[in-house]
Design a binder for this molecule. Sequence first.
Ligand SMILES: C[C@@](CO)(OP(=O)(O)O)[C@H](O)COP(=O)(O)OP(=O)(O)OC[C@H]1O[C@@H](n2ccc(N)nc2=O)[C@H](O)[C@@H]1O
Ligand SMILES: Nc1ncnc2c1ncn2[C@@H]1O[C@H](COP(=O)(O)OP(=O)(O)O)[C@@H](O)[C@H]1O
Length: 296
Amino acid sequence: MQQVSVKGYAKINLTLDVLGKRDDGYHEVAMIMQGIELHDLITLEKRQTGITLEINVPELSSGPDNLAYRAATLLQKDFPDIAGVHIKLTKEIPVAAGLAGGSTDAAAVLLGLNRLYDMGLSLDDLRTYGARLGSDVPFCLHPLTGLATGRGEMIRELPPCPPLWLVLVKPPFGVSTKEVYGHLKEVIIKERPSLKRALAALETGDLGLLYQSMANVLEYATFDLYPELRDWLEELRDLGAKKAMMSGSGPTLIAFMENESEAKELASCWIKPGWQVVVTRSLGPRDLDRRIVVDE
Ligand SMILES: C[C@@](CO)(OP(=O)(O)O)[C@H](O)COP(=O)(O)OP(=O)(O)OC[C@H]1O[C@@H](n2ccc(N)nc2=O)[C@H](O)[C@@H]1O
Ligand SMILES: Nc1ncnc2c1ncn2[C@@H]1O[C@H](COP(=O)(O)OP(=O)(O)O)[C@@H](O)[C@H]1O
């Protein structure tokens, strides 16, 4: 085998609660995460030596600081069999958007190298490596409905959420996750997600109850930094979103829609220069079966 291609799926947070600040500087979180069909494509090609990275977007570094590159460096240190690799990264996921774009690229490289070099690492082994690269990487390795705790790296798989059709709208700026977490202490959190009710909703497949229990406390910090986001969220509600909220640390806003055609309809109304607008859906187990493609 000379080459593998892996889909690096984006994620959204159905609930996101921050429980406190930890001694290591991170925040203790509890969040229900969900992978979505929007993905980057990562192709790995065996080479005699070294790591090289080629990306289709100029604003991202293709050097050792890129998370895809860092994932390859991490495995290469422990597994000398990985002589060299060329990584081709085709980005579709908006950058610095709260959609785990970098984390999922890292996860895809871990999955791809494991397959390319027949390393036999389990999901748990890969999660241990992933956690060293970023809090969201362990989830991105297996992005089906899951509860993330700790700093986000401890994952418990949950009953799959009912199929969701979504419109993602990202304004023409990114936000820094570190800045958003840092700003939390400056704001008052008025409403938190109800994890208990969200878990019950997943058990019974009750979408109405799920929507009622969903919330993201990071909205208080990000909206304080970028107040226009509140108005845009309201606009999504006015345009017919059944539920609208921010993904992760933002600034991407998610409109949860009744079906694909309503999602497309809303997306066609969102005409704002410089925005990225994506219609997508939640992932199910069958999507993961087709995630890695081997080219002999
Ligand atoms: C907010 C979330 C929600 O899924 O996602 P994004 O918005 O980034 O997609 C995650 O918690 C982001 O995870 P990730 O992007 O992997 O963060 P990391 O690289 O581990 O950390 C970046 C920085 O965010 C802060 N951080 C991150 C996670 C956490 N539980 N507490 C924190 O305080 C720390 O300041 C850290 O230095
Ligand atoms: N492969 C990558 N894709 C996107 N961003 C990356 C990547 N590698 C490193 N980064 C850095 O990570 C930062 C956060 O980007 P991203 O992971 O897309 O957002 P988020 O943390 O909000 O989900 C970017 O500003 C960029 O500097």
